[in-house]
Design a protein around this ligand. Structure first.
Ligand SMILES: NC(=O)c1ccc[n+]([C@@H]2O[C@H](COP(=O)([O-])OP(=O)(O)OC[C@H]3O[C@@H](n4cnc5c(N)ncnc54)[C@H](OP(=O)(O)O)[C@@H]3O)[C@@H](O)[C@H]2O)c1
Length: 299
């Protein structure tokens, strides 16, 4: 069994990864900003170290004595923390700390869509972060996921926000294609990737076993919650100026221009069998799961 340091354990995907690491029998150490958020792992035997994943000294110290590091640290929006600080500098700090501590490998969780594109700031920042990690010379694997879905959080929060007055709002046509993967399955991929020799040095794009449109995933949510509101599609060219205005006046706007742009592009993994071809098992089909597991808001 391996000694693993996990960064980003307190997030939507990270929580599931932490529990999966413990289920597997690995020794888990987490680096967290708020130790109370790690209470559930601590009671299961994880070692909790308090520190910031953007502080090189904290990460280097936390990496002492572990064999592998996994990072799920990222921000989806450019504030309050910036893309540059978290999504770009974060992987560099991770790689340098891993090299200094002599760990065997790292797994960086990134996002399908990561690429250099001035119209897509978030995806550009993820691509830059991947490059920064590679430049450190550390041995590792980058796992890019498509949409990850779970009972709470993630896209469920976006859907709840999209129920505005009498309407269920869709940004753009809703026809962009995606390949949602259950959080449990994504976490299993992350844990199984630890030290897997054939994945070292690779960027692997992973998603679920179905290609569906954004509107279909929204329909699962509406069906699960028994929402009967009519859907209102707001064309992206109209929505972008409104999103710009909201971003200018609010620190937490309902949608940002970058999110409008991202929502219009397909977000697909490397094939419908991306998980089975890399890990040898088939992920759960998300449609039937979502319509039952999204029935009640999780508080
Ligand atoms: N959710 C999806 O649908 C999806 C899809 C594709 C890829 N992914 C990837 O999966 C990864 C995790 O995503 P997520 O949805 O779980 O995000 P999340 O819920 O926002 O979690 C982000 C994590 O990063 C931590 N973090 C942020 N800034 C930090 C800092 N300065 N120091 C230490 N920790 C910091 C957060 O800690 P705090 O609790 O202290 O804030 C949290 O644990 C990301 O790389 C993301 O791109 C997610």
């Amino acid at each position: 069994m391996a000694r693993v340091l996990l960064l980003g354990s307190t997030g939507f995907v990270g929580r599931a990864v932490a529990h999966k690491i413990l289920d597997t029998g690995h020794q888990l150490r987490v680096l967290v900003r708020d130790p109370l958020k790690a209470a559930a792992f601590k009671v299961r035997g994880a070692q909790v170290v308090v520190g910031d994943a953007l502080n090189p000294q904290s990460v280097t110290q936390a990496a002492q004595g572990v064999e592998h590091i996994i990072s799920l640290v990222a921000v989806r929006r450019n504030r309050p923390q910036s893309y540059l600080a978290v999504n770009v500098d974060g992987p560099r700090i991770l790689g340098q700390a891993a090299m200094a501590a002599g760990v065997r490998s790292v797994v960086l969780v990134s996002a399908v869509g990561a690429k250099l594109d001035p119209h897509l700031k978030y995806f550009t920042s993820r691509w830059m972060g991947e490059q920064e990690l590679a430049k450190t010379g550390v041995t590792g694997t980058i796992l890019r996921f498509t949409l990850v879905i779970g009972e709470d959080g993630g896209i469920v929060k976006d859907f709840e926000r999209a129920l505005v007055g009498p309407f269920a709002i869709i940004a753009g046509s809703g026809q962009a294609k995606m390949q949602p993967i259950l959080r449990e399955d994504a976490a299993r991929c992350v844990v199984e990737a630890i030290g897997k020799p054939e994945l070292l040095g690779k960027i692997v794009e992973l998603g679920g076993p179905e290609v569906v449109t954004w509107e279909t995933v929204f329909d699962w949510f509406l069906q699960a919650r028994r929402v009967k509101k009519p859907k209102l599609k707001l064309p992206a060219p109209l929505l972008i100026p409104a999103a710009m205005a909201m971003e200018a006046v609010s620190t937490n706007p309902p949608i940002t221009p970058d999110e409008v742009n991202m929502s219009q592009a397909d977000n697909l993994a490397a094939g419908i069998d991306s998980v089975s071809s890399q890990f040898g098992w088939r992920p759960t089909a998300p449609g039937a799961w979502a319509t039952t597991h999204w029935a009640k808001p999780v508080r």
